[in-house]
Design a protein. Sequence first.
Length: 232
Amino acid sequence: MLLLITGTSKGIGFELLKQMASDENHTIIAVSRKIETIQKLKKQYGFTNIIALAADINTLAGRKKIALTVKKQKQTLAVLVNNAGQIVNKPFEKINAKELHAVYQTNVFSPFLLIQALLPFLGNKHKSHIVNISSMGGFQGTAKFAGLSAYSSSKAAITGLTECLAEEFKSRNIVVNCLAIGAVQTEMLTKAFPKYKAPLQAAEMASFIGNFSLTGHQYFNGKVIPVSSTTP
């Protein structure tokens, strides 16, 4: 089974990669701008089923490189996890256009364009599952936090895109779902909220995402599912 995960050099993506690679039946294309930690992981555990791909999803060249790598595998891309993310924690009036664009580029525009680039290798004879990683901050009706207007609104956008694509792709054997995850102790969270301690570790959330990416398409399509150990 061929899988592709973005944002795999650290955090949830890194833990997800480690867990998925433990199954020798999986071939995983691990995408990140920097792949040093991925190469170390391969060496440490002797993983031969990881393709460490240095590529920037925010660039056309990066997305073309990813598509070419998938094409070379000569099989349907069974799972695509759009995990790469970017956050900015600033008061609304202090977020400049460059910061806003950067957050939306990584969290919305690039997953949109990457899915476009990978469409020839998704679905048709074999079912594919696209899993978009959103946030509880982008989930309607949940508590919102000051300083996260750019981040949370971008995550709300990817949830809307999920619902649109599920409808558009349902005749092409492609299932699209979204996981709106709660606070997880990662480098990105620590950077945004230095004093906050999340209730879940990255490996714990990665375990849920991994299981869902392999089985969730049997039960859900076009769903935005909150994954949080706290309420709201």
